[in-house]
Design a protein around this ligand. Structure first.
Ligand code: XUL
Length: 554
């Protein structure tokens, strides 16, 4: 924009997420010109994944994905997109990866990456490049003992959070690496380089090991969040010789490298096309939603649900996460993560609403706000926030409308319409309660909703009532790949100028002319209802605390 980007250039953004690989292409005016995706379960059925993953049937919380499936998805996506997009016009590429997932390159990894044959697909060439074929991903919850060991090594959970931005979480890559070192020492020793999902695909694109970026690097429990370097103490507590296997960190706006000759020859990308560091999906969404004012909150409704905002003075605590902001090295993003997102909503839809979103929405519209005091906690997967195991818990609060001291009764089931309202209210009451506890403002200035479920107006209306602020939506729910394409343009500009340039320079005051603009979906709910929800949030947090004391992981 404003003449800073060449008008005939294209910027390509990918998102390698749990269930699919997507691509979004922006032109020099930051308008989406094309998009494409590959859905793992249906388009790559030979990997036999369910929702893109393998769940260990023994119930030990181990959840992995086949690393080669992500590679083959790239082969397929580039083939699908080539009839629509002139790759020769792409001047920069970046991407987004599900956060925390890790890839283990073996001793042949680098040699394979640097000598890819453009006549062959990637999948057959990378088949023997990994020391373990299944990558642990963000849904995994099998590393509780490793988490406690890492926290102990630095004097406790809060100390680890102050140092790295988060207490130890099972899905974080540091505990995952330690588990591999402890349980499969041969695999660990055979590993030459460890990539995150983000730096993994960037490595394929540049034909060499790409750095881990500082933003996604903060999702490992291994990086000193203030200095933005690996913490030697934690690396030593995790596994021997780890620094060498991780390589250097790089800022998210930096150039990872030129595109490799493999893509120039096979797909006719120009030789000068640069690959900007890839980063995590939530940081890319933050960029794609153009969040820039403290007090703005984003809610991303996908396989995982996340709530995030920005701050210049982060205060890492026992809850939530702090990461460097991927598009502003002077500030940070703060975030809460729920594992029970869209798959759990779909489970209620299938059980109670004839597997139909129309019926689900009809029930939501038909039931009263506050659900007559019916509160539900639905954990189809081991939850992260709060740390509770699989299980459903239902309660009825008496007198919820009159705000009196209420009696809480536990019940076995709700009628189907109440169950639908209970999951939706429950998810957003929890987000509000935890966001307040984490120091995010209430009510927020505004909420920007994104992700698949942000298309659902009945859900957006509930968000506006429960948070008491206006809710905006963006033109496209896939903000992570859009954010990646925008970061490609940002990185390209920083590289051209030879210095960091604020990302807002790309669109100035013309945001509404780009594909990045947000529009009002619902105004704030009424103030009286908001104060009733405030009472309900507090009741819910109390019940949740009791559940955690009774059933929670430490
Ligand atoms: C973030 C997290 C999830 C994944 C989903 O901490 O675990 O949101 O990034 O892809």
């Amino acid at each position: 924009m404003a003449g800073l980007l060449p008008s005939d250039a294209l910027f390509l953004g990918f998102d390698s997420s749990t269930q699919s690989l997507k691509a979004t292409v922006l032109d020099g005016n930051l308008v989406i010109v094309d998009s494409e995706s590959v859905h793992f379960d249906t388009e790559l059925p030979h990997y036999r994944t369910k929702d893109g993953v393998y769940r260990d049937p023994s119930g030990n919380g181990r959840i992995v994905s086949p690393t080669l499936m992500w590679v083959e998805a790239l082969d397929v996506l580039l083939e699908k997109l080539k009839s629509k997009v002139d790759y020769g016009k792409v001047v920069a590429i970046s991407g987004s990866g599900q956060q925390h997932g890790s890839v283990y390159w073996n001793k042949h990894g680098k040699a394979i990456l640097t000598s890819l044959d453009p006549k062959k697909p990637l999948r057959i060439q990378l088949e023997d490049a990994f020391s373990v074929r299944e990558s642990p991903i963000w849904m995994d919850s099998s590393t509780t003992s490793q988490c406690r060991e890492l926290e102990k090594a630095v004097g406790g959970a809060l100390e680890l959070s102050k140092l790295t931005g988060s207490r130890a979480y099972e899905r974080y890559t540091g505990p995952q690496i330690r588990k591999i070192y402890q349980t499969q020492p041969d695999v660990y020793n055979d590993t030459e380089r460890i990539s995150l999902v983000s730096s993994f695909i960037a490595s394929i694109l540049i034909g060499n090991y790409a750095s881990i970026d500082e933003t996604d690097g903060a999702g490992m429990n291994l990086m000193d969040i203030k200095q933005r370097v690996w913490s030697k103490t934690i690396l030593e507590a995790t596994a021997p010789g780890l620094e060498e296997k991780l390589g250097h960190l790089a800022p998210a706006h930096a150039v990872a490298g030129l595109i490799s000759s493999y893509f120039v020859e096979r797909f006719h990308f120009q030789k000068s096309c640069i690959v900007i560091q890839w980063s995590g999906d939530n940081p890319n969404s933050l960029a794609g939603l153009t969040l820039n004012t403290p007090g703005d909150l984003a809610i991303s409704l996908g396989t995982s649900d996340t709530v995030f905002g920005i701050t210049s003075e982060p205060q890492p605590s026992l809850e939530g996460h702090v990461f460097p902001n991927p598009v502003d090295p002077n500030c940070y993003m703060v975030m809460l993560v729920y594992k029970n997102g869209s798959l759990t909503r779909e489970d209620v839809r299938n059980r109670c609403a004839e597997s139909s979103w129309d019926t689900f929405n009809k029930y939501l519209e038909r039931t009263p706000s506050l659900n007559g005091g019916k509160l539900g906690f639905y954990y189809k997967e081991h939850e992260i926030l709060p740390p509770l195991p699989v299980g459903f818990h239902r309660y009825v609060l008496e007198n919820v409308d009159s705000l009196n001291e209420t009696k809480v009764l536990e019940v076995q089931e709700f009628d189907p319409p109440s169950e639908v309202r209970a999951i939706i209210e429950g998810q957003f009451l929890s987000m509000r309660g935890h966001a307040e506890r984490f120091g995010m403002p209430t009510p927020p200035n505004r909420i920007i909703a994104t992700g698949g479920a942000s298309k659902n107006e009945s859900i957006l209306k509930s968000i506006a009532s429960i948070f008491g602020c206006p809710v905006y939506t963006v033109q496209r729910p896939d903000s992570a790949s859009l954010g990646a394409a925008l970061r490609a343009a940002h990185g390209w500009l920083c590289n051209k100028e030879g210095r960091f340039v604020p990302i807002s320079c790309l669109y100035g005051d013309k945001l509404d002319k780009t594909s990045l603009s947000a529009k009002l979906a619902f105004p704030a709910g009424d103030a009286d209802l908001l104060s009733k929800y405030t009472v309900l949030v507090n009741k819910r947090m109390q019940i949740e605390k009791n559940l955690v004391e009774k059933l929670g992981r430490s």
